[in-house]
Write a protein that binds this ligand. Structure first.
Ligand SMILES: Cc1ncc(COP(=O)(O)O)c(C=O)c1O
Length: 398
């Protein structure tokens, strides 16, 4: 029998992680098993929109767990019906399919587009996606992604994805042919380093896809659920996409995702889509509790204001340390460091009890809880200021 010599050995080693074990979370803070406290500006990778362990989620989980955990996806259950209704009432979509992860929701979107192509566009199946885009880690969603590091992995790729350039309409237009059925994009490319599509580009893309009879799919797995200061990012551009995927924030920290479609795009037939845990009442009850909070106009207003405050503070910090632009929207922001020092800053921040992310060597990404306080923003800025000062001093000495 395999002897486990180290507490970390039994898990597949799929990424570099600090050898720290987190045991508790509350709001914007996490604690490890030594009692050290961390201010969390990652929040499960833009997941915990209400912060760690909010009462509303704990109560929803406990209440639903005592009532019904899963009757089978072959039967209706009340929380999934309620969450589906609330989701369509708060968006421009008419139908919802619940999934367990963002990648699975995007797989569903790809399948739905291909089904639409089979039914309405003579078998068209190609989807135009974007260089730098990230849509997940299943085979099809890795193929849809434009992440360079994915290119050599797990060949052969799933065919049917052509890559255009973000904010370059001509690059999209060039790729349209009789096989094209849809265009799919993240309104802000999060994993690539927080690169926003402009509102104008989104509007022009909507017009272009309309003109060619193509579906427009927005992957709002990172930008949705209030992250950018509106419930869904597409609202900023005043467009109506045909399909949207949600993940991360929709469950506030539990595995829940969704595929939403307009009536015209919603064309699955029996047998096309499903899954054992899809739409299970436990996760949907949590999703409902989260949506009830996040969709409140006052909550969204406060999140947008917190985003403006964080952006302004990051801009001041950038000016103080001679760094680059602050980009993004709401509480999905990046600070351009101008130098490949992101990994070193993240490591120093971790030591100091601050959780930050560096999605590319020359940038930091900020994705805190949507209900964070001004005090927490000030605390993060102070800590980062001190680290940048030390880095600057080290650079000057070197
Ligand atoms: C825009 C986007 N799409 C899809 C995914 C994949 O979601 P998941 O990790 O839940 O499969 C992510 C995750 O980071 C994402 O940011």
């Amino acid at each position: 029998m395999l002897k486990v010599s180290h507490p970390f050995d039994a898990l597949m080693d799929i990424t570099g992680r600090p050898q720290t074990i987190f045991v508790r979370g509350e709001g914007s803070y996490l604690w490890d098993d030594t009692g050290k406290r961390y201010l969390d500006f990652i929040q499960g990778w833009a997941v915990n929109c209400l912060g760690h362990a909010p009462d509303v989620m704990a109560e929803a989980i406990a209440a639903q767990a005592k009532l019904l955990i899963t009757p089978s996806p072959a039967f209706y259950n009340a929380p999934s019906l309620k969450l589906a209704k609330a989701s369509v009432e708060n968006s421009c979509f008419d139908r919802v399919f619940f999934a367990n992860s963002g990648a699975e929701a995007n797989e569903g979107a790809i399948k739905l587009a291909r089904k639409y192509g089979a039914l309405h566009k003579a078998g068209a199946y190609e989807i135009i996606t974007f260089e730098g885009g990230f849509h997940g880690r299943t085979l099809a969603t890795m193929s849809a992604s434009g992440k360079k590091a994915f290119a050599p992995l797990f060949e052969p790729k799933v065919p049917g994805f052509r890559k255009a350039k973000l904010n370059d309409l001509a690059s999209v237009e060039q790729l349209i042919n009789s096989n094209t059925v849809a265009v799919m994009l993240e309104p802000i490319q999060g994993e690539a380093g927080v690169w926003p599509a402009t509102d104008q580009f989104l509007q022009e893309l909507r017009a272009l896809t309309h003109d060619h009879g193509l579906l427009l799919i927005v992957d709002e797995i990172q930008t949705g659920m209030g992250r950018t200061g509106k419930l869904f990012h597409y609202e900023h551009a005043c467009i109506t996409p045909d399909i949207m995927t949600l993940g991360k924030g929709i469950g506030g920290g539990v595995p829940l995702a969704a595929l939403l479609a307009t009536g015209g795009a919603s064309c699955f037939e029996h047998g096309d889509q499903g899954g054992t845990f899809n739409g299970n009442p436990l996760m949907c009850a949590v999703g409902l509790a989260v949506l009830e909070q996040v969709a409140e106009p006052a909550f969204l207003r406060a999140a947008a204001e917190a985003g403006q405050c964080l952006e302004a503070e990051l801009q001041k910090l950038s000016a103080r340390h001679g760094l680059g632009e602050v980009r993004g929207r709401g509480l999905l922001l990046a600070l351009d460091l101008k130098l490949p020092i992101g990994t070193a800053i993240v490591a120093q921040a971790f030591e100091a009890g601050l959780l930050l992310n560096s999605p590319r060597p020359d940038a930091l990404r900020f994705m805190p809880a949507l209900n964070l306080t001004r005090q927490e923003i000030a605390e993060m800025i102070d800590q980062l200021d001190a680290i940048l000062t030390r880095c600057g001093a080290a650079r000057r000495v070197a």
